[in-house]
Design a binder for this molecule. Structure first.
Ligand code: APR
Length: 229
C-alpha cells in the first residue's frame, strides 16, 4: 500500500528553540540590520563585505546550533510516511537531524554561489566565506541565499509536491513572505492541515485546518504521535 504523503512547510520558528532567531519576533534577526542593507542584490553590489559579514555571523550561529525535538520528530515521521520538507530556512538543521527530502526555498547558508551564474554552487568549509574567494568563472562567491527581490527557483517544484499532500504541516512560519506563503493554496482541499505555532499566524478560511498553539518542540512530537498511531 502507498505510504501517505506528508508535506511540511517550515519557517524560522522551528529553529527558534535551537537558538536561531526568527525574523519577525520582537528581538528578530533584522534588529540593527535593515534588510535592504544585507539581504538584497543591491546590498551585495553596494557593500559585499557587509553582506558577507552578516551571513558569516549567521553561519557561525547555525554551526553552533543543534536540531531540536521538532526536527527529530519530522525524521521519525519517515518511518510511516513519505515525508517532504519544504523549508524557508537557510539553516541545515533538518539535514543534520536526518530528514531525507528537504527543499530549501530560500537557499542554504552552508553553501556559496557564483555572482555570475547562480547554478554554480559550492560548499563553504567552516563559518567564513572570505572576500577574494572566486567561482570558476572568476567572480566573487556570494551566499547561496535567495535575497528579497530575487526569484525562488524551487517554488514550482514545491507547489507540485504540495498538490500531492495527504497531510500538510505548517510549522513556525508567519506566512508573511510570498511565494512561500502561497504554497498552502496548492494543497488538496481534503488534505488534513495542521499549524504549529505559539502565535498561530493568520490563515484565512482553509478547510480541514487544526491549529496547535504550541512551540514546535512540544507541538510537533504531539502531531507525530497522533499521525503515527
Ligand atoms: N515554535 C514554533 N513557532 C515559533 C516559535 C517556536 N518556538 N517561536 C516563534 N515561532 C513562530 C512565530 O510565531 C512566527 O509565526 O515562528 C514564526 C516566525 O515567523 P518569521 O519570523 O516571519 O519567519 P518566517 O515565516 O520563516 O519568515 C519567512 O521571511 O525574512 C524572510 O526569507 C526570510 O525565510 C524568511 C521568510
Amino acid at each position: 500500500m502507498r505510504k501517505q504523503k506528508v508535506v511540511v512547510l517550515t519557517g524560522a520558528g522551528i529553529s527558534a528553540e535551537s537558538g536561531l532567531k526568527t525574523f519577525r519576533d520582537a528581538d528578530g534577526l533584522w534588529e540593527g540590520y535593515d534588510i535592504y542593507e544585507v539581504a538584497t542584490p543591491e546590498a551585495w553590489n553596494r557593500n559585499p563585505a557587509l553582506v558577507r559579514e552578516f551571513y558569516n555571523m549567521r553561519r557561525k550561529s547555525v554551526l553552533e546550533a543543534q536540531p531540536n525535538a521538532a526536527h527529530m520528530a519530522l525524521v521519525n515521521l519517515e518511518t510511516k510516511f513519505d515525508v517532504t520538507i519544504i523549508t524557508q530556512n537557510i539553516d541545515d538543521l533538518h539535514e543534520r537531524a536526518g530528514s531525507s527530502n528537504v527543499i530549501h526555498l530560500h537557499g542554504l547558508i552552508t553553501k556559496s554561489q557564483s555572482s555570475q551564474n547562480p547554478l554554480l554552487v559550492y560548499d563553504i568549509d567552516g563559518w567564513e566565506l572570505k572576500m577574494g574567494e572566486r567561482c570558476e568563472l572568476g567572480s566573487q562567491l556570494r551566499p547561496h541565499v535567495v535575497w528579497f527581490g530575487e526569484s525562488v527557483p524551487m517554488i514550482e517544484t514545491a507547489a507540485k509536491i504540495c498538490t500531492q499532500a495527504d497531510v500538510f504541516l505548517i510549522i513556525g512560519t508567519s506566512l508573511a513572505v510570498y511565494p512561500a506563503a502561497g504554497l498552502i493554496d496548492f494543497v488538496p482541499h481534503d488534505a488534513d492541515k495542521y499549524v504549529i505555532d505559539p502565535n498561530s499566524p493568520t490563515i484565512h478560511s482553509i478547510s480541514n485546518l487544526k491549529i496547535i498553539k504550541e512551540k514546535a518542540s512540544t507541538g510537533v512530537p504531539k502531531i507525530m504521535q497522533q499521525l503515527i498511531k
